[in-house]
Ligand binder design. Sequence first.
Ligand SMILES: Cc1cc2nc3c(=O)[nH]c(=O)nc-3n(C[C@H](O)[C@H](O)[C@H](O)COP(=O)(O)O)c2cc1C
Length: 188
Amino acid sequence: MEKSAITIAGITGSLRKGSYNRAALRAAAECMPEGSVLKILDVSELPFLNEDEEAIAIPASVVAFKSELEQADGLLIATPEYNYSIPPVLKNALDWVSRGELLPLDGKHAAIMSASPGLFGGARAQYHLRQVCIVLNLCVLNRPEVMIGRAHEMFDENGKLTDERTRRHIEAQVKALVQSIRSDSAAK
Ligand SMILES: Cc1cc2nc3c(=O)[nH]c(=O)nc-3n(C[C@H](O)[C@H](O)[C@H](O)COP(=O)(O)O)c2cc1C
């Protein structure tokens, strides 16, 4: 791949094997525009942030996670909705990212998607997530929004996206994300 290829880090807050949100990230990886890739990161090994432990040593999994984010040009978050908000696994990962000298997401571009079996597709969680992104100084795309409702009907039993309309939405979102990163770096 050419040297100027854009790497987007993809994360979700679901630990579930059959996660619709991780499936949405896999679909996004298939939709990336030419010259860009989506690398899905694993947050399942990050321990719960405890300031006492943090003062002694930063866990290796956190160091590795932050380093992966540092190397990425942008971020795609696929969040489940738990009780109208984001799940603790995602909040914990973002809390780790907000700590220390290295702030790997500072000023980077990001996009948010969500998937839920419910009708609203996790929309309410997205607005909580946007609030957290402010403090991380992420530039989050406003549009296109991707909220995958009735997710159990959008993916097959292998977690493959089968709904073409949803695929087009995801495609438009990752295209807009990569475009915003390219425009930003061209302006510098
Ligand atoms: C603790 C908990 C709370 C939930 N609250 C909501 C909710 O507020 N809105 C919603 O649409 N779905 C809710 N759900 C259902 C999730 O959207 C559903 O389990 C979804 O599949 C989780 O994402 P995943 O498939 O990526 O794991 C909740 C699930 C759990 C476990």
